[in-house]
Write a protein that binds this ligand. Structure first.
Ligand SMILES: Cc1cc2nc3c(=O)[nH]c(=O)nc-3n(C[C@H](O)[C@H](O)[C@H](O)COP(=O)(O)O)c2cc1C
Length: 391
């Protein structure tokens, strides 16, 4: 079973992740395989000053020897450079500790709910962990999952399809197959958008929100290509892969909705306009004429690209703060402001991509097993072979 945990506060010394269940024999190098993913998460028009302080890089401290996984737990560490500026208010020891309490809770953030839950009088205790700084650790973990997927030829990507009111042309870009997307254009766009005209308008929209002291949300599309048929299962509720993808996406801070395939569009249409018609070709096996259901039927991969739309709310820390309440006095006040992003959808897309890589890799390992990467690869190849044959 593949599993991971993360630890670390936003302004603490470091983020740590432990990944267990990766088979032995997988080549893994932090600077080659993990750091480029961390850099992608740091980018995107609309991010705040924190990204100018951090230069995220992962250090592997366990589970790898001579550049190859051992089958033992892998430990990944990402330093927080900003910790230098927070040594006293974030120090671990009691002696000499002082903190300026945060009590002016931000609407839409975890501040108030977290303080009530854990009995805190200082919302810093909440926001330090609720902060999406934690997603840097997830991107590092996702990079390990991506290495597993590389071994069986699965590729994962993400692109932004909406920022606030500005959206791509849905017919042209909204449901494109992985291989038909211009990934170089996505990576070159400051908002990770494949549509150059929409990309420019998204940048203008973000700048306008920044000028108004406001924030913006949007939608990213995540896609996994060449996913073997038969991952996930319909036999039990918690084995359905669409459900597991939705949970993984919803666990990303500020994600408030997920569609697997063109779900909202399907809900507004008749069945005759929605369902993907299967076909058979003697050389290449089973396919579908369209892929509106996101590569999943009954919670099982059907051999098409697995794709989902991930909806992010506008982030809740506003330079022109909303009205709120001081949780210490009950007084109506302006919410707390802390250095913040304006729009996180491009970075959030990279986090969503990491989570999709994780869920697909975990499902592949459940189906194919393998204590070594060779066993895993051989079982995946056998499945691909069998999936091509008539039943
Ligand atoms: C990559 C990324 C960066 C984020 N940066 C900020 C930020 O700078 N300020 C902020 O208020 N929220 C930010 N968020 C969102 C908050 O972490 C999130 O809204 C908060 O934890 C409450 O959780 P919820 O929105 O899921 O309910 C970010 C989210 C992501 C994915």
């Amino acid at each position: 079973m593949l599993r991971f945990l993360t630890a670390g506060e936003s302004h603490g010394p470091q983020l740590t992740a432990i990944v267990e269940g990766v088979p032995a024999g997988l080549a893994l190098d932090a600077s080659q395989h993990i750091d480029p993913e961390l850099r992608r998460r740091q980018g995107g028009h609309g991010r705040g000053k924190r990204q100018q302080i951090e230069r995220d890089a992962a250090r592997i401290t366990a589970g790898v020897r001579g550049g190859v996984t051992l089958g033992s737990p892998i430990c990944l560490v990402v330093q927080n450079r900003d910790w230098e500026n927070w040594r006293v208010p974030m120090q671990i020891e009691a002696e000499g500790f002082t903190s300026k309490r945060v009590t002016r809770v931000r609407p839409g953030h975890a501040d108030l709910a977290g303080a009530i839950k854990y009995g805190f009088d200082d919302a810093r205790n909440v926001l330090e962990r609720a902060s999406a700084r934690e997603t840097a650790a997830r991107v590092a973990v996702g990079a390990v999952a991506r290495r597993l997927l590389d071994a069986i030829g699965v590729r994962v990507g993400s692109h932004v399809v909406r920022i606030g009111p500005v959206a791509v042309d849905e017919q042209a870009f909204g449901t494109l197959a992985f291989d038909d997307l211009d990934w170089a254009a996505v990576e070159a766009s400051p908002v990770r958008c494949a549509d150059a005209a929409a990309s420019e308008r998204m940048v203008v929209e973000i700048d306008a929100a920044r000028a108004d002291g406001d924030t913006l949300g949007g939608t990213a599309r995540v896609v996994a290509a060449n996913v073997p048929a038969g991952l996930g299962s319909y036999v039990q509720w918690d084995r359905k892969l669409d459900g597991r993808i939705a949970e993984a996406m919803m666990s990303i801070p500020s994600v408030k909705g997920v569609e697997v395939g063109a779900a909202v569009c399907a809900a507004r249409s008749r069945g005759s306009n929605v369902h993907d018609i299967p076909t058979f070709d003697a050389a290449t096996g089973f396919h579908h004429r369209t892929n509106r259901q996101g590569g999943l039927s009954g919670g099982v991969t059907d051999g098409e690209d697995v794709w989902a739309l991930v909806h992010f709310k506008p982030i809740s820390t506003l330079l022109s703060p909303l009205r709120s309440v001081d949780m210490a006095s009950g007084e109506e006040i302006n919410a707390h402001y802390e250095r913040s992003d304006i729009c996180v959808v491009p970075a959030g897309a990279v986090v969503a991509e990491a989570m999709l890589a994780w869920v697909v890799a975990a499902a592949a390992l459940e189906t194919f097993g393998g204590d070594s990467i060779g066993e895993f690869r051989r079982a995946a190849a056998a499945r691909r072979d069998s999936a091509r044959r008539l039943r």
